[in-house]
Design a binder for this molecule. Structure first.
Ligand code: BGC
Length: 740
C-alpha cells in the first residue's frame, strides 16, 4: 500500500499537512504538527465528544486539548528548526497501512554539524487512550550536547478561546507527568499523563509554569550513535465508558505504566495488527492507469476510520473529523448522508451507532421544533454533545455593507430532518435490523414526519413548504425547494410504511400522513425537462461562473457579491437538484436526470466539498462515465490537491466519505432495489478492475468487477439474492458473470 508522503518542507503547507497526516483512532485525533514550534503552525489534539462553550453566547467548540507532541530540541545550544541551518534531506510519510507517521530529516546546523532526526508517532488502534511517540537523534560528525524540553502544554486554545481549567498538575515517581483539566462550561474532566523513556542517561528536571508541565532532558550524544527517546501519553476523560470505577487520573497512570513497559515497537506491532484487519475487511482496490486513485481511496478509508467514534453512541463525526477545528467540530447532515454509508456497507453496527447518536438527542430535536412552533423533531443544523442547536449566529462580512452576515441555516436548513430519516430507512434496507427499527428507527421516522406535516402550509389548494434553505447554501429563504419537498415526502411515506409493517396504529398520524402525501406540492420538470430548484430559481438572472469555478472551494464569489446578491442569481454552491437525483434516483426518468445534471452543473461553482463526488455518482449512473471520472478525480483533490490552504482547519470529512461513495454507488453502481442488492457497473476506461468487500443483510461478500466480468463471492452468512445488470441470481458461493 502506498504511503501519503511529504518530500520537502514548505511552511506554506504546514497546516494542510498537519490535517492530512493526522493520526487517530476514533477516540482521539492528533494533528500532524511538527514537534518543534513554528509561528503559523496550529497544533491540535481532540477527543471525540469533548466540547465546551468558551462563553455562554458562543456555540460549543471541539476542545483543543493540552499538547503532548511538542518538543523543543537544542543541539549544541542551537534550537532545531527547519527554518534555520540547512535541510539536507526531508521525508515525511503517513503509513496508511499501520497508522504510523514518520519524519526523517538530515539537518545541518548553522555551525555546520550534521544530525539525523527521526520522529515517529501513532495512535494505538488496539488501546484508544494511547499515543506513542519516538524520537531518534544521531549526531553524525562529532559528539554533541542535546537538550529536549517536552511534557504537557495546556497553552493550547481554539483559535484563542481557552476551554480548560488547569485543576492539578504533578510529577510522580520522578518521570510521570500528569495534568488534570476541566472544561469551563460543560464540566468534563480530562486527565493526561505522559512519560519519557528510552536511552536517557542524562539528567531530567521538571517545571510547572504558565500551564506548561515540562521535563527537560540533558543528554550527551556520542558521534554516530543513535539516541532514542520514547514518549508515551495516555488520555482519559470523565465521559469514558471504560473507566471501570477509576477516576480519569487513576486510569491514565495505570495504562501509562503498562504501555511504557511494553515500548514503542511492540505497541506499534499490536496496533498494526488491528489496522491489517481493517484493510482486509474494508479495502477497495482499483487497478487504474493512475496510481493516485488508489492512494486517494485508501486515504479516505483511513480517515473515515480514524474520525468515527465507534466506541460511544453519544458522539458522532464532526465536519472535519478529528483533524482540526473548522466548523468547531460540529456534526452536520454530512454524517448521515456522506459518512454513514461507508460504515453501513462495511460494518453496519457503526452505522447504527451513528443513528443512535440522533436517537439519543430526540428530546432536544422535539424541543427545537416546539420552540419554533412546529410539531415533531427538528434536528439542529449543527450539533455537538448536548444535541442543541450549535450553528453560529454570524458568518463572514458582507462586502457591501461591512456588517457581519447572519447564518440562516439554523432557522431554515431543515432538510437535515429528512436526511436523518432517509438514512434510518437505508440502514434498515441493508440490515433488516428489526430490533433498532421497531422502536428507535420508527420513533425517528414518526417524529420527523410529524415535523414535516406541521411544517407544510396551505396555498392554492395544496401543501407547500416555504422559507427553507436546500443543500445549495447560495440560495436562501426560498419556497418549495425541490430537494426538501421530495425528501420530506419520502420521509413521511417511509414512516407510514414502517408504521404499517410494525402494526403501529397511531390513527391521527396516519391520516395526516396520507393527506400530506396526497397534497404536498412536488416540483415537476418544465418543458425543457428541468426540475425547478425552487419557486423562483429558474427566473433569476445567470452570470458567467467560469472564473469562480476555476477557483472552486474558495467561495471567491462572496468577495465580489454579497450573499443577498448571490441569492438573486442562478448560482449554486453545491449539488441540490443533483443531490436529489442521487438520493432518490428511481423517482426520475433517465432523460430528466441527464438534463438536470447538465443544467445544474453549469450553474454550480462547487464551493462546497460535498458537491463534486455527488456529480460523479449521478454522471456515472447516467452513463456519462468519463465525465464522472473527471468529477471523481477532482473530488480526490479536495484535500490531497496542491492548494496550500484548503485543508488548514481540518479535512473535509464528507468529501472523504463521498470518495468511497463515488466508487461504490457510482462506478460499481451498488444500490438496494426491491430488497435485493443491485449492481450495474460503470467502470471508467482507465480502471481495469474494481474490487471491494461489502456487507449486505448480514452476509459478507467480495465483489470484483472488470469491464467484461463480475465475480461475486460469498465470504460468510446466508445466500444473497443479487441483481446484476438487471438479471437476478442467488449467490451461495462464488458466481461469475460476463458483462456486456
Ligand atoms: C456546506 C454544507 C455542509 C457544511 C459542513 C457547508 O459549506 O454547504 O452542506 O454541511 O459545509 O461540511
Amino acid at each position: 500500500m502506498k504511503k501519503l508522503e511529504e518530500n520537502s518542507f514548505d511552511p506554506r503547507y504546514i497546516n494542510k499537512f498537519a490535517s492530512l497526516m493526522t493520526v487517530g483512532n476514533g477516540y482521539f485525533g492528533l494533528r500532524a504538527s511538527h514537534e518543534e514550534n513554528y509561528v503559523n503552525q496550529t497544533r491540535g489534539m481532540y477527543v471525540a465528544g469533548i466540547y465546551n462553550k468558551a462563553t455562554v453566547n458562543e456555540p460549543s467548540d471541539l476542545v483543543n486539548l493540552p499538547d503532548v507532541a511538542g518538543m523543543n530540541i537544542e543541539l549544541d545550544g542551537e534550537v532545531f528548526s527547519l527554518l534555520t541551518g540547512e535541510i539536507l534531506s526531508y521525508k515525511r510519510q503517513l503509513n496508511l497501512e499501520n497508522g504510523e507517521l514518520r519524519r526523517d530529516i538530515l539537518w545541518k546546523s548553522r555551525t555546520g554539524s550534521r544530525f539525523r532526526l527521526t520522529f515517529q508517532r501513532f495512535a494505538a488502534k488496539n488501546d484508544r487512550h494511547v499515543l506513542a511517540t519516538k524520537l531518534t537523534v544521531t549526531s553524525l560528525d562529532k559528539p554533541a550536547q542535546m537538550k529536549i524540553v517536552t511534557g504537557i502544554d495546556a497553552q493550547q486554545t481554539n483559535f484563542g478561546r481557552q476551554h480548560l481549567i488547569e485543576e492539578k498538575v504533578r510529577v510522580a515517581e520522578g518521570d510521570l507527568l500528569q495534568g488534570t483539566y476541566k472544561t469551563t462550561e460543560s464540566g468534563h474532566t480530562i486527565a493526561i499523563a505522559t512519560c519519557c523513556t528510552g536511552s536517557v542517561k542524562g539528567e531530567m528536571s521538571h517545571t510547572a509554569k504558565n500551564r506548561q508541565l515540562l521535563s527537560a532532558i540533558n543528554q550527551n550524544l556520542l558521534a554516530d550513535t543513535p539516541f532514542v527517546l520514547e514518549k508515551m501519553s495516555v488520555i482519559f476523560t470523565s465521559l469514558d465508558g471504560d473507566l471501570r470505577g477509576e477516576s480519569p487520573e487513576e486510569a491514565t497512570e495505570a495504562v501509562l505504566r503498562s504501555c511504557s513497559a511494553v515500548g514503542y515497537d511492540a505497541l506499534l506491532h499490536k496496533s498494526a495488527g488491528e489496522w491489517a484487519q481493517f484493510w482486509m475487511e474494508k479495502r477497495i482496490k482499483v487497478a487504474s492507469t493512475r496510481d493516485f486513485d488508489q492512494l486517494a481511496i485508501d486515504f479516505s478509508l483511513y480517515q473515515l476510520e480514524v474520525m468515527t467514534p465507534a466506541h460511544d453512541e453519544r458522539f458522532s463525526v464532526g465536519a472535519k473529523g478529528l483533524t482540526g477545528e473548522g466548523y468547531k467540530g460540529h456534526v452536520f447532515w454530512d454524517t448521515e448522508i456522506f459518512i454513514t454509508p461507508f460504515h453501513l456497507y462495511t460494518e453496519p453496527e457503526k452505522a447504527r451507532k451513528l443513528l443512535r447518536y440522533r436517537y439519543l438527542r430526540l428530546k432536544q430535536a422535539l424541543d427545537k421544533a416546539a420552540t419554533n412552533g412546529y410539531e415533531g423533531a427538528l434536528f439542529p443544523w449543527e450539533s455537538a454533545f448536548t444535541g442543541e442547536e450549535e450553528t453560529p449566529e454570524f458568518a463572514a462580512i458582507n462586502i457591501k455593507t461591512g456588517k457581519r452576515q447572519k447564518v440562516a441555516s439554523a432557522l431554515a436548513e431543515h432538510h437535515i430532518v429528512a436526511d436523518i430519516a432517509y438514512t434510518v430507512v437505508k440502514y434498515y434496507q441493508n440490515t433488516w435490523d428489526d430490533w433498532f427499527m421497531k422502536k428507535e428507527g420508527l420513533e425517528l421516522l414518526k417524529e420527523t414526519s410529524r415535523f414535516w406535516i406541521s411544517r407544510a402550509v396551505e396555498e392554492n389548494d395544496q401543501l407547500v413548504i416555504k422559507d427553507v434553505i436546500g443543500p445549495d447554501e447560495y440560495t436562501e429563504h426560498i419556497d418549495n425547494n425541490a430537494f426538501t419537498n421530495y425528501m420530506a415526502w419520502y420521509n413521511v411515506e417511509q414512516a407510514l410504511f414502517f408504521m404499517d409493517k410494525y402494526g403501529d396504529d397511531d390513527r391521527q398520524l396516519k391520516d395526516r400522513g396520507h393527506e400530506f402525501l396526497k397534497r404536498l406540492y412536488l416540483p415537476k420538470a418544465n418543458d425543457d425537462k428541468i426540475i425547478p430548484q425552487d419557486d423562483t430559481f429558474l427566473s433569476k438572472p445567470e452570470i458567467d461562473l467560469s472564473r469562480y469555478k476555476q477557483a472552486q472551494g474558495s467561495q471567491g464569489i462572496l468577495m465580489d457579491y454579497s450573499r443577498q446578491e448571490v441569492n438573486e442569481m442562478q448560482i449554486l454552491k453545491q449539488a441540490d437538484v443533483v443531490m436529489l437525483l442521487y438520493l432518490l434516483p428511481d423517482v426520475f426518468p433517465s432523460d430528466i436526470i441527464y438534463e438536470n445534471l447538465r443544467y445544474y452543473e453549469e450553474h454550480t461553482i462547487h464551493d462546497s466539498s460535498l458537491s463534486k463526488a455527488i456529480h460523479a455518482i449521478v454522471a456515472a449512473r447516467a452513463g456519462e462515465i468519463e465525465k464522472a471520472y473527471e468529477f471523481f478525480q477532482e473530488s480526490c483533490l479536495i484535500d490531497l490537491g496542491p492548494n496550500p490552504q484548503s485543508s488548514d482547519e481540518g479535512l473535509h470529512a464528507a468529501s472523504l466519505g463521498a470518495i468511497w461513495m463515488a466508487a461504490m454507488f457510482g462506478f460499481a453502481n451498488v444500490s438496494i432495489k426491491n430488497q435485493r442488492l443491485s449492481l450495474d457497473p460503470k467502470l471508467p476506461s482507465g480502471w481495469s478492475e474494481l474490487a471491494f468487500p461489502l456487507i449486505f443483510q448480514g452476509s459478507r461478500l467480495h465483489i470484483a468487477l472488470t469491464h467484461n466480468q463480475a465475480v461475486i463471492t460469498k465470504v460468510s452468512g446466508d445466500d444473497v439474492c443479487i441483481e446484476l445488470n438487471g438479471t437476478e441470481f442467488l449467490v451461495s458461493d462464488k458466481f461469475a458473470m460476463d458483462l456486456h
